[in-house]
Design a protein around this ligand. Structure first.
Ligand SMILES: [Zn+2]
Length: 78
């Protein structure tokens, strides 16, 4: 069962999105959504846990970028 939540994403652009989330009681990642691979190595690799799909994102509502020059316009609002 998927656990789709509304979240704020910054990629590929700032937008409200419907995204899959990690299973809160997952025994492998404790709900963090990421697990370490390569135990015993100096630098373990971190990757997304099997309990969710971080690529499963559906954009709902694109939002204007905060760094857009339009934010600094001094034209009066309509
Ligand atoms: Zn997990």
């Amino acid at each position: 069962m998927s656990r789709l939540r509304i979240t704020l994403t910054h990629w590929p652009r700032r937008a409200l999105a419907l995204a899959d989330t990690p299973r809160p009681n997952c025994p492998d990642c404790d709900g963090e959504g990421f697990t370490a691979y390569g135990y015993g190595d100096d630098k373990p690799e971190w990757g997304p846990c099997h309990c969710w799909d971080p690529t499963r994102v559906r954009l709902l509502l694109p939002l204007p970028s905060r760094n857009s020059p339009a934010d600094y316009s001094d034209e009066p609002p309509f």
